[in-house]
Ligand binder design. Sequence first.
Ligand code: NOJ
Length: 713
Amino acid sequence: RKVVKFCMENKKILELRQEMTLKEKIGQLTQITGEHYVGKIDNEMVETGPGYSQQLLEGDTLYTIGSIIGVSSAKITNLIQSEYLKKSRLKIPLLFMHDAIHGYKTIFPIPLGLSCTWDENILRDVAAYTASELRASGIHVNFSPMVDLVRDSRWGRVMESFGEDHLLSGNLGGAMINGYQKDAEGKISQDGVAACLKHFAAYGAGIGGKDYNTVDMSMREFFDYYGKPYEIALKEKPKFVMSSFNTFNGIPVTASKEMMKDILRDKYQFDDIVISDWGAVSELQNHRVAQDGREAAELALTAGIDIEMVSTLYLENYQQILEKNPALLHEIDAAVLKILQLKNELGMFENPYVDEDLEETVILNQKSLQFAKEAAKKSCVLLKNDSLLPISKEYKKILVVGPFANTQELLGNWQCKGRFDDVVALSEGMRLVDESLELSAYETLEDCPKDELEKCDYIVAAIGEHWELSGEGHSSVNIELDKQQQQLIKDIKKTDKPYACVCFSGRPLALQDIIDDIPALLWCWYPGTQAGIAIAELLTGKDTPSGKLTMSFPRYSSQVPIYYNEYSSGRPANESSYSSRYQDCEVGPLFSFGHGLTYTNTEYSNFKISGHKITEGQDIKISFQVKNPSEYEYSEIAILYIEDLVSKAVRPIREMKKYQVVTVPANQTVTVELVITLDDLHYLNGSLQQSVEPGEFKIYINDLEHSVFTIEH
Ligand code: NOJ
């Protein structure tokens, strides 16, 4: 099957649409799971939600369907495609869609980990490698990136997010969209896939951190924070947006014209395909805004949901809906056209199949594995280090102990087609990286023979939260390290050996009760296929950690939501009881947004500002030097915050406006320049208008000590 590059002219697409019956059009707006055409196939189908009745899908209806979710591999997608095309009247090929959230078979760190690199190039490349594997496996659309802003670590899906800052989340999401689509001349390239930005909107703000829960927020909060990541990422033109499960200010988003049309389409200018989340059209009945399937379908169609995922209410009810509301036909036609245009852009009418020999060469190849290792290293964050890391060269007998010492289950949730067998465990990584080490690894201290424990020079505690405890539908009330592992750390401490902790987790954990017993802590999130090697290179000092947190770490479970850009309070937090604080907890997070150490002390100096006045067209430049006094080359993340000293509506205490990831070679100094424009100082005023008020702003670089400048405008 040869790859044909040419696509039909739009005129032909319009003609095709004209030939379609109404039922064939609605079929294009319906997405089902893969088993209908060739039966259930083990290991090739990924189910990512509850089952819905798809009884109507018999006979010719089945051959009107537009897309399939959760099936992959060149062989299976080809098989389904050919079965489908044999019986489909107009031979419009099926789109295949999937959830490759942080890789397809080569698994990269979880998105929250990737965000700690702050590096758009890394995120773009992760997406590009993922796209190549997906496309070679017959997939056309990937349900990623997720840019939902998060402030509550109880929510299981924080692992899929880019953390608590809207600007960073939007930029990293945008980079992934670019990486997936790899646009060539405005079209998705032959080894790219269509990106789906999700979940519009504010899904990460469910009350109490509970998944699928109600969201209730002011429009100021939405436009200034929760809506921003979508607004920013949409500029990179993803082909799809997925609507979110949640209710927003009283209306389920799937039925909300205000969210899906007024904001997404009109304000944020998105003009491509909107897909519901899994079963969400049907779930409008559970929300009790629709009394039956017909009403649910009508509400969703009216709100502008083009494709219904998994439930089949559009197909079941379209005749009645259109009888009542014939004007909807216009919207249905527009949605069908967009879907046909996408299939055309992907070259599917010329060649709906995928080359079965290509898959082998693309998947898990050396280049993507090498990149997965680099990404994993850069996503780790060194949270604490009392000079115990890297492991000193004089220590040769190393004991790795804990539930994560030997496990290959280091992919994290949403591991797609990643296999544990392909993962390098931590102990294995240590062996591979330094053959001179005498290494032993056990799940518990009790498993370790006494004399071995006595003789060892250094202990690595491999701890964390099991991967299945985060991800969709996995919110928790308790986000503290479990008691057994806290005990393990205390037992290790009693041995009087030097030790450090390596922690795997899909979310920030609350570590106040144990942190004093941890002298060095490397936070690895879930690093993916190359986990063990990447971490071993950091522990042994072949490389230095350099990631910085994108989500604050609470001290206790009940300190959430916690985030750096809080509004100022009339009674700012301090030690007095009449202040905004908890009486039984220190003020502030245990580790804050932006925190992250390296094996050296990066020095910032020589701050300069080009002027003190910003006006339209007159920006200011802030420059400073970053010195790396070590033998490591690493990426330093320079972060610039502003503080709006007085404003008509309340502003955050600090707000990140610029950041830059700079490579600083060993023993060298580089100059960083960041530009602030008038636009950066805009915010929503008391009447929800974008405005900029004259006044003073303070600038901070990374932490408070660099707060030196004031700007007027
Ligand atoms: C539900 C999730 O919310 C969404 O992120 C995912 O893409 C769909 N299921 C499809 O698996």
